[in-house]
Design a protein around this ligand. Structure first.
Ligand code: UGA
Length: 433
């Protein structure tokens, strides 16, 4: 099938390449020329394991092409996926829908025939309805159906999550063709037994926001218990393991530590609260404010812990920060807890040296004043404290003896509770979480 994917960021580039992998003919539309040029050469402008290979292969087979022209898009196909970003508005909690609106306003006037627009971006409930009305207003002469098909991929596992998702969700208005088209698009995935939940557009929008709100809540729940553990002298890891064996609870997303960041969970829970407020249901989601508060307290607490191990003041201390991406297997530093902590410590007078296996360039761009090292060991030279703030395997497998040979003091703060504590303590380290 021929299809267009509008917006080639994390979501769109992955979706476009994966649709080509499923055998479709895909045209990706990206308005940023620099990004487009890289993608057209088969290069991915961010780190996502497995994606460069897929993209390059399908650029070469001709199954995937990249363009900046909506005119070309309108001529190419009758099925359009919207995969543009919906960031948090500056100074507000709500989602900024300008890119979604722009995609509709650019594309729809150019359409030649009846068409189906499938939204993938994470949007506030009610957006599909609003867009359907806008589309009908723009083109009363043809049938342009709008449906929502939210995406649940995780960065770092984006290709796998797109080709082998847990479930597919589709929100349709009655009387359209969207369900049949979607069944054809995802035929190979459905043949693996993947469930397809067909519902109405507002429910499909809420599936996505609820899923992210639940995940954020799970992380903040365990971090709230971690706060109690600190006060009571209890072991949060043992608690997570023990409650995680209950199948109703599950062990996943119960890793306590520095908390959640990234381009999705933080802004999605805020946009969800804002939307509930607009709908007069603010009270229903008031607990998400606490989820956000618990999460932000993790960052403050990490800075306090660093100050404590540095003798009560960070002024003049040297701190090695290992990890700046918001999670491992990603170079994404959007709302990264690690970089946030690094920045706060520097503001309090510490000399902070950062190393991350993949996120150095992105980190430098947003925090040019921090020091950056070429390796984990180099970052640790003369350090008064070593902080593991993203749980990359490279850090989990660090040799505590080798690190101890270069630091000034042997104090390690395991911000992601990922190190082998016994091993580090055996090599003379003071281990703190
Ligand atoms: C998240 C969701 O997991 C995806 O299902 C969703 O599709 C995506 O947002 C999105 O809306 O596009 P992602 O942002 O890639 O995916 O990252 P996660 O794996 O969810 O991790 C988010 C943050 O939570 C990271 O900072 C991670 O370090 C933190 N985390 C995760 C914890 O602190 N503890 C845990 O136990 C798990």
């Amino acid at each position: 099938m021929r299809m267009v994917v509008i917006g080639l960021g994390y979501l769109g580039a992955t979706h476009a390449a994966c649709m080509a992998e499923l055998g479709h003919d895909v045209l990706g539309i990206e308005i940023i020329a620099e990004k487009r040029e890289l993608l057209a050469k088969g290069e991915v402008p961010f780190y996502e394991p497995g994606l460069p290979e897929l993209l390059e292969r399908h650029i070469q087979t001709g199954k995937l092409a990249v363009s900046g022209s909506y005119q070309e898009a309108a001529e190419f196909a009758d099925v359009f996926f919207i995969a543009v970003g919906t960031p948090q508005k500056k100074g507000e909690y709500s989602a900024d829908l300008r890119y979604v609106d722009a995609a509709i306003d650019e594309l729809v006037p150019l359409l030649k025939r009846d068409a189906l627009i499938l939204g993938k971006s994470t949007v506030p409930v009610g957006t599909a309805q609003r867009l359907a009305e806008r589309v009908a207003e723009l083109r009363p002469d043809i049938q342009v159906e709008v449906a929502w098909n939210p995406e649940f991929l995780r960065e770092g596992f984006a290709v796998k999550d797109t080709l082998h998702p847990d479930r597919l969700v589709l929100g349709v208005f009655s009387g359209g063709t969207a369900e049949q088209v979607v069944r054809d698009v995802y035929e190979a995935i459905l043949n693996e037994g993947t469930p397809l939940i067909v519902t109405d557009p507002p429910s499909s929008e809420l599936v996505k926001t609820s899923a992210n709100a639940f995940l954020a809540t799970k992380i903040s729940f365990i971090n709230a218990i971690a706060e109690v553990c600190d006060a009571a002298g209890a072991d949060i890891k043992a608690i997570a393991d023990a409650i995680g064996y209950d199948a109703r609870i599950g062990r996943k997303f119960l890793n306590a530590g520095l908390g959640f960041g990234g381009g999705c969970l933080p802004k999605d829970i805020r946009a969800f609260m804002a939307r509930a407020g607009e709908l007069g249901a603010a009270e229903a989601l008031s607990f998400l404010r606490e989820v956000d508060n618990v999460n932000m307290r993790r960052r403050t607490r990490m800075v306090e812990l660093a100050r404590e191990v540095c003798g009560g003041s960070l002024l003049g201390s040297r701190v090695a920060v290992l990890g700046s991406a918001f999670k491992p297997e990603s170079d994404d530093v959007r709302d990264s807890p690690a970089l946030n902590v690094a920045g706060q410590m520097q503001l309090q007078g510490a000399s902070v040296t950062v190393y991350d296996p993949k996120a150095m360039e992105n980190s430098r761009r947003i925090f040019p004043t921090l020091d950056y090292a070429a390796s984990a060991l180099e970052a640790c030279v003369d350090a008064d404290a070593v902080m593991i703030l993203t749980e990359w395997n490279e850090f989990i497998s660090l040799d505590p003896a080798r690190v101890a040979a270069v630091t000034r003091k042997n104090v390690v703060i395991d911000g992601r509770m990922c190190l082998n504590q016994t091993e580090w303590v055996r090599h003379g380290w003071v281990y703190r979480v």
